[in-house]
Design a protein around this ligand. Structure first.
Ligand SMILES: [Zn+2]
Length: 225
C-alpha cells in the first residue's frame, strides 16, 4: 500500500482544477482524494467553531481548528479506503508560511510519502484575460473559457448540454479578480522557495496543452512514488 501526498499551488485560473481532474483520469490505479483546505474556514464558521470574522482569533489558533477538522476528514478517508494505493491532493495548500507547520504535521500524522508541489506558471496578464473569459454552465457546471482556444463553448454563450453559460459569481467584478491574482503573486515566491528547498517542486508551463500538462504531472508522480 502506498499513501502519497501532493500539493497543487497556482494562481487563480491557472488551470489547476483541470490539471487535477486530468491527473485523476490518467492514474486510475490510485484512489485520488482532493482536499481544499481553504474551504475549511467557511465550514468552521458555519459550524460556529470559529468567529464569523476569523481575524478575531490568532493565526495559530485558527490553524489549530483547521488542522483538527482536516485530520478528522483525512482519517475517515483512510479508514474507508483500506489498503488501496492513494494520492492525497492538497488543493492550494500550503498557501502561507503560517501553514507550513500544518502541512508537515499532515505528512507526519498520516505517514505520507511527500511528492511535493505542482505549480502551473502563467503570465499575470494572460491570467487576467482567462479570468475574463471564464464561463460556467447554469445547468451542468461545465466550465468554458473564451480566452482559451480549446475551451471555447461550442456555440457563443451556450453549453454543449444546451443550457446558458454564465460568468462565475466570484469573477463578476474584474477588480476582485485582478486583486486575487495580484495577491497570489505577492506570496507565491515564498511557497515555491519552500518546496524548491526540499527539491520537491514541479514547475510546469501553464500555457501548454492540458493533456501535455497532465502527462508531465503523471510522469513526475510515478518517478517519486
Ligand atoms: Zn451544460
Amino acid at each position: 500500500m502506498s499513501r502519497n501526498c501532493i500539493s497543487f499551488v497556482s494562481a487563480p485560473a491557472s488551470g489547476k482544477g483541470t490539471a487535477i481532474k486530468n491527473m485523476e483520469e490518467l492514474m486510475k490505479g490510485f484512489d485520488i482524494k482532493t482536499i481544499a483546505i481553504g474551504g475549511y474556514i467557511r465550514t468552521l464558521k458555519k459550524e460556529d467553531k470559529i468567529p464569523q470574522d476569523h481575524r478575531e482569533i490568532s493565526k495559530e489558533e485558527l490553524n489549530k481548528f483547521i488542522f483538527e477538522r482536516v485530520s478528522q476528514d483525512i482519517n475517515e478517508y483512510y479508514e474507508a479506503l483500506g489498503e488501496r494505493d492513494s494520492i492525497l491532493v492538497l488543493d492550494s495548500f500550503p498557501l502561507y508560511p503560517s501553514q507550513f507547520a500544518m502541512y508537515e504535521d499532515i505528512l507526519k500524522e498520516f505517514n505520507l510519502n511527500e511528492l511535493g508541489c505542482v505549480t502551473l506558471e502563467v503570465d499575470k496578464d494572460v491570467l487576467v484575460e482567462r479570468q475574463k473569459g471564464r464561463l460556467i454552465c447554469s445547468s451542468c457546471d461545465n466550465i468554458y473559457n473564451t480566452a482559451i482556444e480549446s475551451k471555447m463553448p461550442p456555440e457563443e454563450g451556450i453549453c454543449e448540454c444546451g443550457a446558458e453559460l454564465e460568468k462565475r459569481k466570484d469573477d463578476k467584478d474584474l477588480e476582485v479578480m485582478i486583486g486575487r491574482i495580484e495577491s497570489y503573486y505577492k506570496k507565491d515566491k515564498v511557497i515555491m522557495d519552500y518546496f524548491e528547498g526540499k527539491k520537491k517542486l514541479l514547475r510546469i508551463d501553464g500555457n501548454d496543452d492540458e493533456m501535455f500538462i497532465a502527462k508531465e504531472i503523471v510522469s513526475y508522480v510515478n518517478k517519486n512514488i
